[in-house]
Design a protein around this ligand. Sequence first.
Ligand code: ASP
Ligand code: MG
Length: 420
Amino acid sequence: MQVFKFGGASVKDAGAVRNVGEIVKRFQDEKLLIVISAMGKSTNALEQLTEACYKQTGNAKKIFDEIKSYHDQIIKELIKDIHPHGFDDIENTFIELECLISGIPEGEYAFLYDQIVSFGELLSTKIVSIYLNQTGIRNRWLDARNFIHTDSTYREGKVDWTKTTQIIQSKLKPLVEKQIIITQGFIGNSPNNNTTTLGREGSDYSAAIFAYALDAESQTIWKDVAGVLNADPKRFKDTIKIDELTYNEAIELAYYGATVIHPKTIQPLQSKSIPLYVKSFVDPSASGTTVSNAPHDLIQMPVYIVKGDQTLVSISSKDFSFIVEENLSKIFEVFASHGIKTNMMQNSAISFSACVNTEDDNLKALQEALANQFNVRINKGCELFTARNVRSVQQVEYVKDKTILLEQRTRSSIQLVIQS
Ligand code: ASP
Ligand code: MG
């Protein structure tokens, strides 16, 4: 039993979906569960739709129409002689979404977000499933919300592992034995039966949850790159593919911001020694990257990771007290209560600096909460640059013309907060 995950880029248009069909055809006789993301950038569009709907900007209908016509175009190109039930199903899904956005929104933003944004995955899987069946690749569409159970933390559902594993084992496993299953990434079900999502780019994680609970032989993530590279090819020249990684190395790379694998994906696989293959959907027979426990020489090549959209927060005390335990614990408490995650931090006697994701509303609130006791400086427009397996970063082209605001070294990495 294998688990495949196809991301947004692999289903971004009709040609891409046909290519998915070609890949799946090679594995037609295997026991396969396929997890699919929303098509192309449609999650971003659905985020805009949520915003428009929540703030009642009057734009919602226009954004909805754009999302619909994007999908309609793909359907038109792919699905010819369709069983009428297939079309009805997709049409109904759009009607459901339209109803949802037409009313006055109830509840919190995060709740509404999950109810709307989840439509991206529902639509993409329905389209792909119908297309594959039409081309002779027999498969069954299933709603992931029947299997992935979370708490009610909207936009970042925490998985109920006991319930999820038990249901997947008892209800889903026998179905995967029988035929190819197509289901959604990213979405789950709350205890009171509302849709939740697992956090942006969460489909890799969904696939890992399924792989874990099914005791799969392997998980494969099909990407538009050759595998895990030593740097992001959009930012660096001459990147090199990493053939093998241990789970721990992969966790670290993902944690520092290598977007090729979602950070939560690895641990469920690691705990059952399920290998993860990252492969190219453009060149499916190429070897890609294998993440496993297999003993190998630790990677020696330099690895560069850039995490964008960062803000440097610098905090010093107003009363000239040192930034030691007592002050630090206050600062961390405020960070935690505002849901601000630090990606790197450093402290000296008189100041504390943290590099965090830029989230304007939360940062403003953080600044206000600390303002009584501390001077807080906010420096937006930063990037967190991490280099591994290098002695120095002086020669690295990418950082040469940038201002370095903060630098930190450990035995295995050099991290810089930089600004252009
Ligand atoms: N469609 C979701 C997103 O774009 C989940 C995923 O692609 O993994 O964030
Ligand atoms: Mg996506």
